[in-house]
Ligand binder design. Sequence first.
Ligand code: ADP
Length: 483
Amino acid sequence: MTMQNVLNELRDRPGTGEVIPIINPATEEQIAEFKDCGPEAVNEAVARAKQAFEAGVWAGLPARERAKIMWRIADLIDEHADELARIDSLNTGMPLVQATLGLSNCAEFFRYHAGWCTKINGNAFDIKTAGIASDAWVDMHTYTRKEPYSVVGLIFPWNGPIFNACAKLAPALAAGCSMVVKPAEETPLSALLLMRLITQAGVPEGVVNLLTGYGHTAGAAITAHPDVEKVAFTGSTEIGKEIVHAAAGNLKKVALELGGKSPVLIYDDADLRKAIVTAAMGIFVHSGQGCVCGSRIFAQRGVYEQVVEGIAAVANKMKLGSPDEDGCASGPLISAKQLTRVLGYIDEGKSGGVEIITGGYRLDRKGYFVHPTVLTNVDPGMRLYQEEIFGPVVTITPFDDDEAIAMANDTTYGLAAAAWTNDLSRAHRLGKRLHAGTVSINCQLVFDHAVPFGGYKQSGWGYEHGHEGIASYLKTKSVWAQI
Ligand code: ADP
């Protein structure tokens, strides 16, 4: 399927609502448009998913057959990795090499979860319970069954379109769910190709249903739908809260992977060269459009000047450009809206007296490029220090040893945190005391399909990946049999 096929397929998808343009953020040119699918399409898709679930076309297959199909999806993703990476790179503006690197993780999502298909088991209990009619103990054979949620709604954002899709589809398929899938309105292209591959691999019709539309129309209709048993969402904390409200109607289960304002602590005994380069990439990669980006760096007083200088040097060296320009380390922001938002935070900083060490402006060229920006002298009360910016903007603050943890934890978010130190005891103390779902020691942006990922505080509900991830798509039923 060529890029042109994908664009045509999107254009020809039925829809009743508004026409949504897709803009190449590196050129500001329109590359495609499609129709908002609207609530009727959501109703139809949910009905198809429900019917497929009730007919048992997927959940009713032998687990080993589901596993084989999931391996086939992984192989097809590998075969089409180049096309998928090109599509995401065009759609998001991220350098092709980064999009390509992400693809191996996408195929692996399906291989990892294929393994779970044959390992979904309940427990058995040998229980004696008090009889209702007599004092005698009654023997029971009691066991739990793990059963898939019937129809799940999977909603995800634009920052890693194919990665986000696979992160949710793979466990939902392994568990045996049917699903409706809504990519972000800015980046629906790679999901279209993924749907083709899923069908080609042998997932029966009706199990996976793609919806292309806006969040406030299609997304909201999914979260309010009475036949959707669970919603798994990745996106902003603000929309996460809306989803919780919308889900209350039928008390659907909600899993949320939300925003972050992740601290990075650099101690004076750290391997500074490594810490500086990694911390700089940990915020500037993909122009800071990652939920785990380390947007608040704290440097121990003895190394503060070096850290500020070092991070600024990396920022100044980073070549920004469109995916077809050679040697680009990062691309543009996703949209004009996002550009306005990021520049708004920077302007507030400027008028509030922060020091701009480097950056703080939009590049003088087409595309939504913002120079990697390093800010110091930031008051902790400022919005840019407290809120997720989702742009290439980092604050650097000095600390004394005894205040570091409190400063790092002083946020409503709790997605990730990192610490750079060669003191082993301190490293593990930080592992315990930092309030975040993921704590990285002497590393950042690390990931594996087997390791649970989720947010503390307002960064989320529930976990993805690993055992916790697959478990979140399964219900537990207890069965009691008197023997
Ligand atoms: P971001 O800030 O990363 O764009 P959003 O939280 O706005 O993230 O959007 C993430 C996903 O949620 C997108 O697919 C978007 O269309 C969808 N979305 C936005 N608003 C709603 C809503 N009210 N209900 C359900 N989904 C929504």
